[in-house]
Design a protein around this ligand. Structure first.
Ligand SMILES: NC(=O)c1ccc[n+]([C@@H]2O[C@H](COP(=O)([O-])OP(=O)(O)OC[C@H]3O[C@@H](n4cnc5c(N)ncnc54)[C@H](O)[C@@H]3O)[C@@H](O)[C@H]2O)c1
Length: 329
């Protein structure tokens, strides 16, 4: 396949790039390196089948030119991470709304297939255990900036739906739940790399809020092949799929597990949400996916547990010591 990956120098995008190059596909990466970095592609750069373009998905001419040659587009580029959204709400909205429209339009014009990465954030404060793709959204006020990422991603889904229904675009939508692994940075608010970086540096692990809120973490190595299987599966076209691990862990327990697995002497400190993210910040208590749709179609059934995930993030950070600072954020 000839593949275009927007956001291919990011955390998930760089793993996807390597996966596709390893099986013989030709990969073009478009990334503005805002949260991604060239280092993420250091292993891939030796491969002549990789072509890298530094630029923005807001550059319609560039995106159209790159998509014209592609059989498949993986649209992963986005402004994400709580700190990114809170620090530049307008720029983030523009990337996540206008940028996605640009990419969808380019895919329509080139008549290639596309996978659009959405997020479990669109479920908002719905705490159902086993969120199905048809579950309702329970959103906070649109005046709370924190929800603007979820609102933009939800509109991306609507845009994708419109392009599918009215323009015949062959598009798969994927709602990713927390995905973790080497190269994810804690700088923008992601909790696992932040805790691992803090534990390796011997600093206190900062748990936001009570720590009773739970999350589910999937390893990127199990998510990336599922993205590829979905984009290639004829029955997945026009579908929407949750991808994530359904085992819950509280953030307090996650902090304790990081300390235990890494044999760290760090303490745990609690930081109120207001202090971490400003007044009026809202979080969700729980987010557990129901991935039966992806399991039935492509056999998606992640098995890597949180202890393995922590080890894998820490091992990558230890081999590249400078990552510890990056991880901690
Ligand atoms: N990691 C997760 O847990 C998670 C969960 C839900 C959804 N997602 C989605 O998966 C996708 C990839 O996320 P990630 O975790 O790899 O994050 P990431 O920040 O590492 O990757 C995003 C990439 O997009 C690039 N980018 C941002 N704005 C751009 C622009 N205007 N033009 C070109 N490139 C731009 C960044 O430089 C970065 O390389 C995103 O769409 C995200 O919303 C991720």
């Amino acid at each position: 396949m000839k593949v275009l990956i927007t956001g291919g120098a990011g955390f998930i995008g760089s793993h996807l790039t390597e996966y596709l190059l390893d099986r013989g596909d030709a990969v073009t990466v478009l990334d503005d390196l805002s949260t991604g970095q060239l280092d993420n592609l250091s292993r891939a750069f030796d491969n002549p089948a990789l072509s890298f373009h530094q630029g923005s998905i807001l550059d319609a001419d560039l995106v159209r030119r790159l998509a014209a040659d592609a059989d498949v587009v993986f649209h992963l580029a986005a402004a994400l991470g709580v700190y990114t959204i809170l620090e530049d709400p307008l720029g983030s909205l523009k990337t996540n709304l206008v940028g996605t429209e640009v990419v969808l339009d380019a895919a329509r014009e080139s008549q290639c297939r596309i996978l659009v990465a959405s997020t479990s954030e669109i479920y908002g404060k719905n705490t159902t255990i086993g969120l199905h793709e048809d579950a309702d959204r329970v959103m906070g006020s649109p005046l709370k900036t924190r929800w603007s990422y979820a609102e933009a991603k939800a509109l991306d889904e609507t845009l994708t739906h419109i392009f599918r229904e009215w323009h015949g675009l062959r598009a798969v939508l994927v709602r990713l739940f927390n995905t973790v692994g080497p190269r994810q940075t804690g700088r923008y608010g992601m909790v696992v790399p932040r805790f691992v970086g803090q534990a390796l540096a011997g600093e206190p692990l900062t748990v936001h809020g009570s720590g009773e809120q739970t999350r589910c973490f999937a390893h990127v190595a199990e998510v990336v092949p599922a993205l590829v299987r979905l984009v290639e599966h004829p029955a997945a076209q026009h579908g929407i799929f949750n991808l994530g691990n359904s085992r819950q862990i509280s953030i307090e327990q996650l902090a304790r597990t990081v300390i235990e697995v890494l044999g760290s002497t760090s303490d745990i400190v609690h930081v109120p949400y207001e202090e971490a993210y400003g007044p009026g910040y809202e979080d969700m208590q729980r987010r557990v996916p129901d991935c039966s749709r992806a399991r039935e179609l492509i056999g998606f059934s992640p098995t890597l547990d949180v202890e393995y995930i922590i080890q894998s993030v820490a091992t990558a950070a230890r081999t590249e010591r400078s990552d510890v600072a990056v991880l901690a954020g």
